[in-house]
Design a binder for this molecule. Structure first.
Ligand code: SAM
Length: 301
């Protein structure tokens, strides 16, 4: 089966996400969410074992609120880039969606999700670029996958082309009036991934991935969606990374057993370095809510 992706290729996805489900479970919290949590109102002194899952569930609820997935509404929901299933489980358990489809292009994640067999959930080893649903969805969410849709070698025009295809596809899959949400890291300020830390992350952690800028997302979505909510919080990612990093430190012995001393050091450097990137304002985190336009707009080039 072929997996089509103009962005991060399947080998580079496997290099990162197939490093070992047990390794990621060591330092992610019980939800297995691998994107920034939402920390509003969670006191700094609250024990991490309670605080991180609470902040992750607050993030998941925020996205479900953005797409109007009220309990009992029975929405058909698509999660693009579903990871180890944090949203799939949360939406299914909380009765906030009735039929849930998750897409991932990581084989390890897909095997994990297949074994989990969450009720009302279909996990597919499939790129959004190959997805063709039999029926329209009521809502679409995507958290932490958009960063993989373009590669470092692409020009701005090429990135805009891929992003526009993404929004066009989501528009096609949604019913009239359907809602969508997106959570993504983006460059802020003048940063574009150059510099020692950016180069380390781009070669040793996330090869062949490229962050968007807000202006690119805005230009690409405009014909298909109107933006109904937008928040930016570099702090949310910095605090999540600090929590992951501390958990990995506490689990050092087991982590080294699973991925070796070099793997452990690499991940500690990535988590701590990325925290600094957010604290310095070189990158930020956006959460964006969209409403589908009835007809795509024809905008001047
Ligand atoms: C950082 S993880 C985020 C996982 C999950 N959304 C969460 O919040 O825990 C990125 C996910 O995007 C997926 N992904 C990357 N490129 C993709 C593509 N072209 N189509 C579908 N999923 C993709 C990866 O397989 C992975 O599951």
């Amino acid at each position: 089966m072929t997996i089509t992706t103009a962005g991060t290729n399947t080998e580079d996805i496997a290099y990162h996400y197939d490093l070992g489900n047990d390794f990621y479970a060591l330092w992610l919290d019980e939800t297995l969410a691998y994107t920034a949590a939402k920390w509003d109102g969670i006191p700094r002194g609250e024990p991490d074992a309670l605080a991180l899952p609470r902040a992750q569930r607050a993030k998941l609820d925020h996205h479900l609120d953005l797409v109007g997935a009220d309990p009992g509404a029975g929405l058909r929901l698509l999660d693009i880039g579903c990871g180890w299933g944090a949203m799939l489980e949360h939406a299914s358990r909380g009765g906030r969606a009735a039929g849930i489809t998750g897409l991932t292009i990581s084989r390890a994640q897909h095997e994990f999700l297949t074994a989990r067999a969450l009720p009302g959930v279909e996990a597919r080893l499939e790129s959004w670029e190959d997805h063709e649903p039999a029926r329209p969805y009521d809502a679409v969410v995507g958290m932490g996958s958009f960063e993989h849709f373009a590669t470092a070698g692409m020009s701005r025009a090429e990135r805009l082309g891929v992003y526009a295809r993404y929004f066009e596809a989501c528009h096609r899959w949604l019913r009239p009036g359907g809602r969508m949400s997106l959570q993504t890291i983006a460059y802020d300020g003048a940063a574009d991934g150059s510099g020692p830390l950016g180069e380390f992350v781009g070669s040793d952690i996330f090869p062949n991935a490229r962050l968007p800028r807000l202006s690119e997302i805005a230009a690409a979505c405009d014909p298909y969606f109107s933006v109904v909510a937008l928040t930016a919080s570099a702090e949310d990612y910095a605090r999540t990374l600090a929590s992951w990093s501390a958990r990995l430190l506490r689990a050092r012995e087991e982590a080294e057993r699973l991925v070796g001393a070099e793997g452990y050091r690499r991940y500690r450097r990535y988590l701590r370095g990325s925290e600094v990137t957010f604290l310095r304002g070189a990158a930020t985190l956006y959460r964006i809510g969209f409403r589908r336009r009835d007809e795509p707009l024809r905008l001047p080039a």
